[in-house]
Design a protein around this ligand. Structure first.
Ligand SMILES: [Zn+2]
Length: 392
């Protein structure tokens, strides 16, 4: 590990951010993005190359007459982060590199839902994930650059949970409590905000200025990025996108809405709908498999969900005018089922003007770890923004 830590100017921070997000990136392209001359770029990059944060890729020739140049990239392995997604029962953690790529995962059950019991579970997850070096790096908390925790609730200052109904919490200084226990920087963020940031920096939204995120899972989440920045308001974290009316004939959500996005698309609601017709309980993965194999009950439930998701995508695109919608969350495997994919397209087409541009729908991996990687992504961002130095 390099020991020198280059002092970071604002331009140095921007450079690190651009190379982290877009690397490996040609120097000419990097200079264009940052408005820097080749000489300035060389001067600004030098301390990061010296510290080992930046590495040079193989020489690229920009056409027959282009001058050879080595693209820049970050040494993503240089630092380790832990991201943890909290549910009502578990702390689901991942160890990641600088690009929030998962290197290992560990899940701990919560002994209870008090802040102390939750912190205990979080500490256990972080300690387990950092117990070994995971192929390089320093084992233990000393080798850890930061921890991110994401939670389905309203968070302020990336530290205090103002409201998390699934834990019956109000005003809990989760970030402060955890940082005191671990002695490393901790950020706490709303789970959909964090997942959207992960898509913006390291995922399907990379390089896309305007896009929305719709998550499907235990609930339905919604995030929006406009002009390269996520839209955050005082109501962020209340989960308002989870109760968009989509089908007047649909089932009812916990808030009593008929056919809202949660009632139509949450995995629990879909399984409950299917259980009525099947005459037995069914797990979500089995429901999708049944739909794929043509079971009439499952086809109906999954197809209807696909249609509703299409309506949601169309509403998002119509009202916010973004051209790209990223679908994510542990329940997004829905769109791999042919009947849901067909209905998704039909739902979008029905609610879009035929002359409107086609909405680009991108689908992320249907695994729960995406939430935890989101938490790690905001820890990475905080590391760059707050400390301003990644070379350590
Ligand atoms: Zn609702």
């Amino acid at each position: 590990m390099p020991t020198t830590e280059p002092a970071l100017s604002e331009s140095g921070r921007e450079l690190v951010r651009e190379v982290l997000i877009h690397g490996p990136i040609a120097r000419a392209e990097l200079g264009r993005r940052l408005g820097l001359s080749p000489a300035s770029l060389t001067r600004l990059s030098k301390p990061f190359l010296d510290s080992g944060l930046f590495v040079e890729g193989a020489v690229e020739f920009a056409g027959a007459v282009g001058r050879p140049a080595k693209p820049l990239d970050v040494q993503a392995d240089l630092q380790r982060f832990v991201g943890v997604k909290l549910t009502g029962d578990q702390a689901f953690g991942v160890l990641t590199d600088l690009r929030a790529k998962a290197l290992g995962e560990h899940v701990a059950d919560l002994a209870g839902r008090s802040p102390e019991e939750v912190v205990e579970a979080l500490v256990a997850v972080v300690r387990e994930l950092t117990a070994s070096s995971h192929g390089g790096g320093v084992a233990g908390l000393e080798g850890l650059a930061g921890v991110g925790v994401s939670i389905g609730g309203k968070v302020t200052g990336q530290r205090t949970v103002l409201r998390a109904t699934f834990l019956a919490w109000r005003e809990v200084d989760l970030g402060g409590m955890l940082a005191e226990r671990l002695g490393v920087p901790v950020v706490v963020e709303n789970d959909v905000v964090a997942l959207t940031e992960a898509e913006r920096w390291f995922g399907l939204g990379r390089g896309v200025d305007d896009f929305a995120v719709v998550t499907v899972g235990a609930g339905v989440g919604y995030g929006l990025v406009v002009h390269g920045r996520q839209v955050i308001t005082p109501d962020t974290g209340l989960g308002l996108g989870g109760h968009v009316p989509l089908d007047p004939t649909g089932p009812i959500c916990v808030d009593g809405h008929r056919g809202c996005s949660t009632a139509m698309l949450s995995t629990t609601s879909m399984c409950a709908s299917a259980a009525v017709g099947l005459g037995r309980r069914v797990a979500y993965d089995e429901l999708l498999a049944l739909a794929a194999s043509g079971d009439p009950v499952a086809v109906q439930v999954v197809g209807t969900a696909g249609r509703s998701l299409g309506r949601m995508v169309a509403a998002v695109a119509n009202l916010t005018m973004v051209g790209t919608v990223v679908l994510s969350g542990e329940g997004v495997g829905l769109v791999d089922v042919p009947v849901a994919a067909t209905e998704l397209r039909a739902g979008i087409a029905a609610d879009r003007d035929p002359d409107a541009s086609e909405v680009r729908v991108l689908t992320g991996a249907a695994d729960f770890g995406a939430w935890a990687r989101g938490a790690a992504a905001v820890a990475v961002q905080a590391r760059i923004g707050a400390l301003g130095a990644l070379g350590a």
